[in-house]
Design a protein around this ligand. Structure first.
Ligand code: SF4
Ligand code: FES
Length: 211
């Protein structure tokens, strides 16, 4: 057990708990994008940064284990600046606004990120409709890796692969032959976890195309 203070609220945490768990226990909100509680934490997006009293730099809440006596500040200005910048960059690469109701849209709203500050390269629309039930809109992918982990860890199907780096980072299904020629079992775990609806049920596509 460890005692952690989050924004002045003291919580008792079990061994193995993270600062994100502690923030939730204290009733505090921490933004996340690459985190899904059904998966092992990945620590890729840096949206969940929080301040620590004894650390000169903010730390990712989703991968930092609780230690006795830690004092956490969820809205530390430096941490929130980084989170906002990460979300702004993600938005700036999308060809349109994220669909209302997606995790990305909700996080952007809570962080008060409305317009991307850095207009630059924007992903071209590239849809893959070869699967009978699932649509893959590559241009909406923010490379959080959640779909790949859902497919591997939750379903054990290994149908998706992370590809490329930086602006080119994306995912491929079935070595880019499409879901139907992959090991996909149509469980929908990838669509369920995707924070941008880059993977979604085909039936939901019309509402996604609205900008
Ligand atoms: S398709 Fe969705 S879940 Fe998969 S990496 Fe891209 S944004 Fe993340
Ligand atoms: S949610 Fe913690 S690094 Fe992405």
């Amino acid at each position: 057990m460890s005692t952690v203070t989050v924004d002045g609220v003291e919580v008792e945490m079990e061994a193995g708990a993270t600062l994100l768990d502690a923030a939730k226990a204290a009733g505090r909100w921490v933004p996340t994008l690459c985190f899904d509680e059904r998966q092992a934490p990945f620590g890729a997006c840096r949206v969940c940064l929080v301040g620590l009293a004894d650390s000169p730099k903010p730390v990712p809440a989703c991968t930092t284990p609780c230690r006795d006596g830690m004092e956490v500040e969820t809205e530390q200005p430096a941490a929130r600046r980084v989170a906002g910048a990460v979300v702004e960059l993600a938005l700036s690469e999308l060809p349109g606004r994220p669909a209302a109701g997606t995790e990305l849209a909700r996080v952007a709203e809570r962080l008060d990120v409305t317009e991307p500050r850095w207009p630059g390269a924007v992903h071209e629309r590239r849809g893959d409709l070869r699967h009978p039930y699932l649509a893959l809109q590559h241009e909406l992918c923010i490379s959080c890796g959640r779909c790949v982990r859902a497919c591997d860890e939750v379903q054990g199907a290994f149908a998706l692969t992370a590809t490329g780096r930086g602006f080119e980072a994306n995912i491929a299904a079935g070595l880019d032959a499409g879901f139907e020629d992959s090991t996909c079992v149509s469980c929908g775990a990838c669509a369920d976890t995707c924070p941008t609806d880059a993977i979604t049920e085909i039936g939901l596509l019309p509402q996604l195309s609205e900008e």
